[in-house]
Design a protein. Structure first.
Length: 96
């Protein structure tokens, strides 16, 4: 058993929460009747980016037999998830 397997698993779960939280937050803000017209823009642009990152994170969590490949997929997924969260929050601040 790999010594870092549990660490990669918990890091993956945290990244999945980080991928979902900004999307849900901006979607709830856009559903407000008093929201500006472009309030849904961060969800439409940053959502697919965070979804792609979440895909890589889930793949890294399921490839537990190969630690090097799992770590590489987790790194790629983490970069994409963080970029997606930053994109959503930046666009949310720009449209407000």
């Amino acid at each position: 058993m790999d010594a870092t397997r549990q660490l990669r698993w918990y890091l993956g779960l945290g990244l999945l929460v980080l991928a979902a939280a900004p999307i849900l937050m901006s979607a709830l803000a856009a559903s407000d009747p008093a929201a500006p017209a472009g309030a849904l823009l961060p969800v439409l642009i940053g959502g697919p980016v965070s979804l792609a990152g979440a895909y890589f994170v889930v793949r890294s969590m399921l490839v537990a037999a190969e630690p090097e490949r799992s770590a590489r997929l987790l790194t790629i997924g983490a970069v994409i998830v963080i970029a997606g969260a930053a994109l959503v929050l930046t666009l949310l601040a720009a449209t407000a």
